[in-house]
Design a protein around this ligand. Structure first.
Ligand SMILES: [Fe+2]
Length: 212
């Protein structure tokens, strides 16, 4: 897996590399097997969508789901409302990152910007948060979907994929539509989800809900 941020020797660059490595170590402890690959793959998609992404956005892409690797991660079963669950997941991730990053000597403004982005990664709301949300969603299809499909089954994978499509910007949606997944089963789910998403957009099918 590539390591996109390239250090050039300054104190901040070294601190960034150390922070990225610590985020990777933390996420490596997740009980969800796709989480480590998803972190780096979200960073990969971020740099495809925005090659000039700054360090705060890169750190946020790598660490946006750090809550899921936490021993006291936010649990879906504790929320009746899915959006409230996702908001709590984002807030908890931002709090974990604030604590983790404060030990690396990074500028306060950079840490604050990174944590703000993680807090917004499910909803977007700014140009940078929107591109982070797109990168996260594209990475779900790229990296998470094959394992999610094996674990949860076709029906749930399709429902989760429809939810993911609804988060994508028009540009990212077009990118996904032009791209063929190398896993045939995942490719079939994406194709079916895109068909249903177009029907929903035309008002001929009800919107999907997700339970995870
Ligand atoms: Fe994610």
């Amino acid at each position: 897996m590539p390591r996109p941020y390239v250090a050039c020797g300054s104190v901040v660059d070294k601190a960034l590399q150390a922070a990225m490595n610590e985020i990777r170590r933390y996420i490596a402890g997740s009980s969800t097997p796709e989480d480590p690959a998803h972190a780096d793959n979200t960073l990969h998609w971020l740099l495809k969508l925005k090659p000039d992404a700054g360090p705060a956005l890169q750190l946020a892409a790598l660490g946006h789901d750090i809550d899921r690797a936490s021993p006291d991660k936010v649990q879906r079963r504790d929320f009746s409302d899915y959006d409230a669950f996702k908001a709590a997941h984002a807030r908890h991730g931002a709090a974990i990152l604030a604590e983790l990053l404060c030990c690396h000597g990074l500028p306060d403004a950079l840490v604050q910007q990174c944590c703000d982005l993680v807090r917004q990664h499910e909803t977007g709301g700014t140009a940078e948060a929107d591109v982070l949300r797109d990168a996260d969603s594209l990475s779900y299809f790229d990296t998470n979907l094959p394992l999610y499909l094996q674990r949860e089954g076709e029906q749930e994978a399709l429902r989760r994929s429809l939810w993911g499509l609804q988060r994508l910007s028009p540009g990212a949606l077009a990118l996904l539509g032009s791209w063929q997944h190398k896993d045939p089963a995942a490719a079939a789910i994406i194709e079916e989800a895109l068909v249903r998403h177009r029907r929903q957009a035309n008002g001929t099918e009800e919107s999907a809900n997700t339970t995870q």
